[in-house]
Design a protein around this ligand. Structure first.
Ligand SMILES: Cc1ncc(COP(=O)(O)O)c(C=O)c1O
Length: 292
């Protein structure tokens, strides 16, 4: 995607991700989280504070491989943004609406964004709808400059999508799905998911609420990557999952899940059993094909 997109886009710069498994080396995860957050401070200094409008990130990076930051990361990012009067944007498109066991991922990671793009869980995908939630401070800015945010899309505020979103939110609220994730199914899945971490092919099993990843590794003690082209082993594992009806994607050699918020304990058992079987079959293929 990046290669086709004519990147880099001017006026956007990046800092490194808080990806302890892949990049944290011997550091303590909490220290690593602080170090990566402080890269923001250094980058703002390099650019000049007055040239930085906002910082944007996902509470948990989803399609990027379910990168769950150390607990220290977001509060430090928030401190830096607040001190320098820089807007903090939490992309809640994946983390929002119960996925992490709270209504929003920013609650799980203990920070308060100024803006939140939202989409998927807003309608649970039944109809397409997206939005941006703004804080009082940002809203006031618009009010002071003309009264509203002048924009428009062909399908802005489409009544059918809005009706579906409202019905969906009512169900999430009435069935207390974020609480169910936090206190029941998420805990149950986490316990079983961690057991998958014992598998010889798995370097790390991480999970938060109902979003998780398994890092496939040829040498789990050293969190090593395969020498084979990135994604070779992940694709093998993905295919074994799909054969058994388990939708587990791969991002490189990380396997990622994001099951429905209404998943039951017995469906969690089925998910784990299928994942375990796919790992066994992948390990057998890795040995048979001599993949290093
Ligand atoms: C975290 C995140 N943000 C934004 C998007 C794009 O959202 P939209 O298609 O609503 O613009 C995605 C799509 O997968 C996503 O995962």
């Amino acid at each position: 995607m990046h290669a086709q997109g004519g990147l880099p886009i001017p006026d956007i710069t990046h800092i490194n991700q808080p990806y302890w498994y892949g990049e944290g080396g011997d550091m303590d995860p909490a220290e690593f989280g602080l170090m990566r957050a402080r890269e923001l401070e250094a980058e703002i200094d390099r650019l000049g504070e007055d040239n930085v409008a906002a910082f944007i990130g996902e509470p948990i990076q989803g399609a990027g491989g379910v990168v769950i930051p150390p607990k220290t990361y977001w509060p430090e990012i928030q401190r830096i943004c607040r001190e320098r009067n820089i807007l903090l944007i939490a992309d809640e498109v994946i983390c929002g609406f119960g996925r992490t066991g709270n209504w929003f991922g920013s609650q799980t990671f203990n920070f308060k964004p100024d803006l939140m793009p939202i989409a998927k869980g807003l309608s649970s995908g039944y109809l397409p709808i997206g939005a941006v939630v703004v804080s009082e401070k940002v809203a006031k800015g618009f009010i002071e400059h003309g009264g509203e945010f002048y924009h428009g899309f062909t399908y802005s505020a489409h009544p059918a999508a809005c009706a579906a979103a409202l019905a969906n939110l009512e169900i999430i609220e009435n069935e207390r799905l974020p609480e169910r994730v936090a206190n029941d199914t998420g805990l149950y899945l986490a316990e079983k998911w961690k057991m998958l971490g014992e598998h010889p092919l798995v370097g790390e099993a991480r999970i938060c609420g109902l979003v998780g990843a398994l890092e496939l590794s040829p040498d789990k003690a050293h969190r090593a990557s395969f020498e084979a082209e990135r994604g070779t082993v992940g694709t093998i594992c993905r295919d074994h999952c799909f054969e058994s009806g388990l939708v587990m994607r791969h991002v490189g050699d990380s396997m990622i899940i994001s099951p429905p918020l209404v998943i039951t304990r017995s469906e969690v058992d089925e998910l784990i059993e299928k994942a375990h079987r796919a790992l066994d079959m992948t390990a057998a293929d890795v040995t048979a094909q001599g993949i290093k």
